[in-house]
Design a protein around this ligand. Sequence first.
Ligand code: FES
Length: 85
Amino acid sequence: MIDLHINGKKHQVEAEPNELLVWVIREKIGLTATKFGCGIEMCGACKVLIDGEITRSCVTNLSEVAGKQIFTKEGLPEEHPLNSH
Ligand code: FES
């Protein structure tokens, strides 16, 4: 089990440390506003906020985000840059 803090809530997920954050957010947490596009840091469809920094979740392993504050588009105000496109 890995503890994740997403949109202000704590989630315990059954996952391996090397799993990609984008798939855990979408498939295990069910927050589908985070999309998988290119998978190679080019398109930005997978962007989330991690400890205040815009980060591409398609290249981010769970082990990198344990204990950090993660926000997806669902947890951010409409005017936030992540929600602007
Ligand atoms: S899926 Fe394209 S940048 Fe992550």
